[in-house]
Design a protein around this ligand. Structure first.
Ligand code: FAD
Ligand code: FES
Length: 257
């Protein structure tokens, strides 16, 4: 884990309300694994005081890292003002990410911004030459909120999309596509998205007896395991830190509510 200043290379609108931030951060690029995240210090003043967590979205070569972020509040609004050449204070890579099992077919299930960490996993899978044996189900509210579909197809993945309003792909929730895929493929499932979606994915995986890893989201103050602000409950009663023991957990271990 490193703390340092990365250089902003690009900060571009990728979709309405979503930006792709590209930074030069060699130490991070060399050490990051899919599902890990970094904490960004936003701005030079005390407001916002706390760093904000963002997934590592992509790594290009040995020096460059992408973050894909949706603008929701003060911090992410300030982030949009960053320009090429500016410095950005980062800590990372943090947390425990996905452990990809090369021997089994993989199914990536993303809801909304959940595609952010799964894209990096797809990069690793494609690099290992099994992109074409990998499926991705991507759900969004509407067509404009669908992210990374063409890039994933270009990596060779079989991609299916759903939108809640039917403006692209199948109308409905991404979990609607899941039953067919799990019955046919018996894959290992890797998922990130809103909690109800993860719960549904986990339930189906358990019903079919399939391995499933989920990336949980939690409000994070320190991101380093020190403040206990991000705890989640496991089935065995343990309270675990999403930032340290996670954010990726075995779906069978989470106390779903
Ligand atoms: C491990 C992890 C990885 C993440 N990766 C990404 C990513 O790759 N891309 C991305 O766009 N977002 C990601 N997030 C969520 C991101 O951290 C928040 O959207 C961001 O901190 C909001 O900051 P803000 O100052 O703009 O909003 P704030 O002003 O702090 O909050 C505005 C609203 O945003 C929501 N929000 C704030 N923080 C969180 C949070 N931690 N989780 C859920 N909702 C929150 C709340 O609804 C809040 O009311 C991640 C969160 C975690 C915990
Ligand atoms: S955010 Fe502080 S312990 Fe996880």
């Amino acid at each position: 884990m490193e703390q340092g200043t990365a250089t902003v290379l690009e900060n571009r609108l990728a979709a309405p309300g979503v930006y792709r931030l590209r930074i030069e951060a060699p130490a991070l690029a060399g050490a990051a694994g899919p599902g890990q995240f970094l904490m960004l210090r936003i701005g030079q003043t005390l407001d916002p005081l706390l760093r904000r967590p963002f997934s590592i979205h992509a790594v290009h070569g040995s020096r460059t890292v992408d973050i894909l972020y949706r603008v929701v509040g003060k911090g992410t609004n300030i982030l949009t003002t960053l320009r090429s050449g500016e410095g950005l204070d980062i800590v990372g890579p943090l947390g425990c990410g996905f452990s990809w099992r090369e021997e089994s077919p993989s199914l990536l299930v993303a809801g909304g911004m959940g595609i952010a960490p799964l894209f990096f996993l797809a990069q690793i899978i494609a690099k290992n030459g099994v992109g074409d044996k990998t499926s991705a189900l991507i759900g969004a509210r509407n067509k404009t909120e669908l992210l990374c579909v063409e890039e994933l197809k270009a990596m060779g993945l079989q991609v299916q999309v759903t939108t809640e309003d039917g403006s692209a792909g199948k109308r409905g929730l991404v979990t609607g596509l899941l039953t067919n895929r799990v019955a046919a493929l018996r894959p290992v499932i890797y998922s990130c998205g809103p909690y109800p979606m993860l719960h549904a994915v986990a339930s189906l995986a358990m019903q079919y007896g399939l391995s499933c890893q989920v990336s949980l989201e939690s409000f994070m103050a320190c991101g380093l395991g020190a403040c206990l602000g991000c705890v989640a409950e496991m089935k065995n009663g343990d309270l675990v830190r999403v930032c340290k023991e996670g954010p990726v957990f075995d779906a069978y271990e989470v106390a779903w509510k």
